[in-house]
Design a protein. Structure first.
Length: 73
């Protein structure tokens, strides 16, 4: 999964870009106290990294990814 896709998922859930630190974009949510880092730009994020970011953000594990994958078939 590309970091761009993961960022779109976060933004759709209400996360906004707070700051950029080096190659990481830091996202904040108005209703959550957590800050979520996303390495960007990165074409292929490791699956475990995607899972960890989604868990931290409280997103469903494969919601948008599976929808995108099924559209390509």
């Amino acid at each position: 999964m590309q970091s761009r896709q993961l960022i779109k998922e976060l933004e759709a859930d209400g996360w906004v870009l707070d700051r950029v630190t080096g190659s990481h974009h830091m996202f904040k949510h108005s209703e959550k106290s957590q800050t979520v880092p996303v390495p960007h730009p990165k074409r292929d994020l490791p699956l475990e990294t995607v899972k960890a970011i989604r868990k931290l953000a409280g997103l469903a594990q494969f919601s948008l990814y599976l929808a995108t994958f099924s559209e390509k078939k």
